[in-house]
Ligand binder design. Structure first.
Ligand code: PGA
Length: 247
């Protein structure tokens, strides 16, 4: 499977910074190189889509969408409008959405459905908190979050999954390649059991990925790529991570 290297800028890089970034961003191209995805903030979407025209192979997505196509939802992003503005993907259920904005599994599932309906490819994020991990509930939490999404999914649809242990996000604390493989294995077996073509569903690892650890993480069994926050903010660091994804 072609590896996937995704960058989530979170609430960083306005339109001017997005243009400047893409003018400097030179991910590797050619045989065996990773698929490169970037998730700018919604206010920078149009600028990023226009600037990404000059960078071969970069796909642009949004960080979240509302479950409705339009309506009285002040401040929200419509998946249909995001698609119209040039996004082709969306993150769904990022741990910051779940933790800071109270998104539960049902909401995440509804957003996944809305993304598909709008023609956006969802990158579904799952992951356990430190407390859940300490309580030995890794498997239970991951499968609960995954199953909610599997219920609304058409078997043939194209989507990606990201395992992001909450304790490793923005903390400098990285899961070991073994931790990542264990969690990815749990997810992969569930996809298998659901009769899905697991070879067509990349599972990315996210949480304090940097140029220095990206290659090792992506070499771990069942890890098909990475979802990078902090280290995706610098175009050179992110290009180095993309380079590490070459097979
Ligand atoms: P981080 O964030 O790389 O800064 O830990 C990862 C993420 O939240 O996607």
């Amino acid at each position: 499977m072609k590896r996937v290297v995704a960058g989530n800028w979170k609430m960083n890089h306005g339109p001017a910074a997005a243009r400047d970034y893409l003018a400097r961003f030179r991910p590797p191209t050619g045989e065996g190189t990773a698929r490169v995805l970037l998730f700018p903030p919604t206010v920078s979407l149009a600028a990023a889509v226009a600037a990404a025209d000059g960078v071969p192979g970069v796909e642009i997505g949004v960080q979240d969408v509302n479950e409705a196509a339009s309506g009285a939802f002040t401040g929200e992003t419509s998946p249909v409008m995001a698609r119209e503005a040039g996004a082709t993907l969306t993150l769904v259920g990022h741990s910051e959405r779940r933790q800071l904005y109270g998104e539960d599994d049902a909401r995440v599932a509804a957003k996944v459905e809305a993304a598909f309906a709008a023609g956006l490819t969802p990158v579904v994020c799952v992951g356990e908190t430190l407390e859940e991990r300490r309580q030995g509930r890794l498997r239970e939490v991951l499968l609960r979050q995954l199953d909610a999404v599997l219920e609304v999914l058409d078997p043939g649809s194209s989507w990606l999954l990201a395992y992001e242990p909450v304790w490793a996000i923005g903390t400098g604390e990285t899961a070991t390649p073994e931790d990542a493989s264990e969690a990815h294995g749990i997810l992969r077996r569930r996809l298998d059991a659901a009769g899905l073509d697991t070879g067509a569903i990349p599972i990315l690892y996210g949480g304090s990925v940097k140029p220095a650890n990206a290659r090792e993480l992506m070499s771990a069994p069942d890890v098909d790529g990475v979802l990078v926050g902090g280290a995706s903010l610098d175009p050179e660091d992110f290009a180095a991570i993309a380079e590490a994804g070459t097979v």
